[in-house]
Design a binder for this molecule. Structure first.
Ligand code: FAD
Length: 302
């Protein structure tokens, strides 16, 4: 682990914004999704417990596209906030919801003791490539959601960012301007979509800094654990797989254990490159499993 990762004791009440301002080491954090059923609930809570022991600075829970998964996000975030030592960030999307519905969810988060919201636009039911249509009584984009969350309470608000152009945008300069708009609307930090090339992350940071904005941008990392998963997520997110990554994974594609091992190596190398270049933290997309993230974490602390 680089020298600037000296440990420090974390004041429980500090917000992520305050942590980012005062930290003498990069933050570590993990993303989970709400469980679908009893089996996936057991898997989630096992992963939460195993990763809790690493002392992450925060964990986040994604917000589903339908009413029932949204309820499960509120319940899971509430459980983390009330029954673990973890600082929890609740994702919230504005897709297919009226302002009143959004106000109710934000109120439920506040009642559950959640102080951090990741304000995200969300996608249409057909996924990220289906053209966006705002709800007739709803919001146009994540920037408006940031403003609404800030208006309704004392929340520390994060937003999404895109090292590779957003699937509907293909315009890196526009994505950077949108991110700056979100900061001006009251966002205190950003977490990126998954990506596989550290240069894409640093280029995004440069574009945003060139616009005069110092919003901390935390890179989001998806540990690769199998060939199908990485191909699917790369397609959904629009993140191109660099030739070097494809070559190393394809070279062992017939051997599941070797794919996993190479995936951990790639995740470790990406994390090291990001820290060496000054990333303010690392956020891991855990897929509700702790092993890959724990292995990368251990490699970074060798
Ligand atoms: P926005 O910032 O609103 O931008 C989306 C697109 O809208 C832009 O690329 C652009 O094309 C257009 N746009 C926005 N503002 C403007 C403007 N001012 N002028 C012109 N065009 C504009 N999805 C979920 O369903 N649940 C989750 O929990 C979830 N969590 C996520 C977490 C992270 C860290 C990230 C990066 C994404 C997450 N997503 C989640 C996926 C997200 O919903 C999609 O990527 C979505 O398409 C974009 O969301 P956004 O908040 O970036 O939207």
């Amino acid at each position: 682990m680089p020298a600037r990762t000296a440990s420090y004791s974390r004041p429980r009440a500090a917000t992520i914004e305050e942590l980012l301002q005062t930290a003498t080491r990069p933050l570590f954090s993990f993303e989970f999704f709400p469980p679908r059923d009893e089996t996936s609930a057991r898997q989630l809570w096992q992963a939460v417990r195993e990763l809790e022991s690493l002392g992450p600075d925060f964990v986040s829970v994604t917000y589903g596209a339908s009413g029932s998964t949204r309820e499960r996000t509120i319940t899971a975030t509430e459980t983390i906030a009330q029954h673990t030592t973890l600082r929890s960030v609740a994702h919230l999307t504005c897709a297919s919801q009226s302002r009143d519905q959004l106000r109710r969810v934000i109120g439920a988060y506040a009642a559950a003791g959640v102080r951090h919201v990741l304000a995200i636009r969300g996608d249409m039911p057909g996924g990220p490539t289906e053209p966006w249509v705002r709800h007739p009584d709803g919001l146009a984009n994540a920037t408006e959601l940031v403003a609404l969350v800030r208006e309704l309470g004392d929340f520390c608000v994060g937003v999404g960012a895109f090292p590779d152009p957003h699937p509907q945008s293909s315009d890196a300069a526009l994505d950077a301007r949108i991110l700056v708009d979100k900061a001006r609307a009251g966002a205190s930090f950003a977490i990126t979509q998954l990506f596989f090339d550290a240069h894409s992350y640093f280029a995004l940071v440069d574009r945003v800094r060139a616009l005069g904005c110092d919003l901390p941008i935390i890179p989001g990392i998806m540990p690769i654990t199998n060939v199908r998963q990485v191909t699917r997520f790369a397609e959904l997110s629009g993140a191109p797989l660099p030739a070097a990554v494809t070559r190393r994974i394809q070279a062992v594609a017939d051997d599941d254990d070797a794919v996993r091992r190479v995936g951990i190596e790639l995740g470790t190398e990406l994390s090291e490159a990001l820290l060496a270049g000054g990333a303010p933290g690392l956020h891991y997309y855990t897929q509700n499993r702790s092993r890959a993230t724990r292995e990368i974490y251990a490699n970074l602390h060798r």
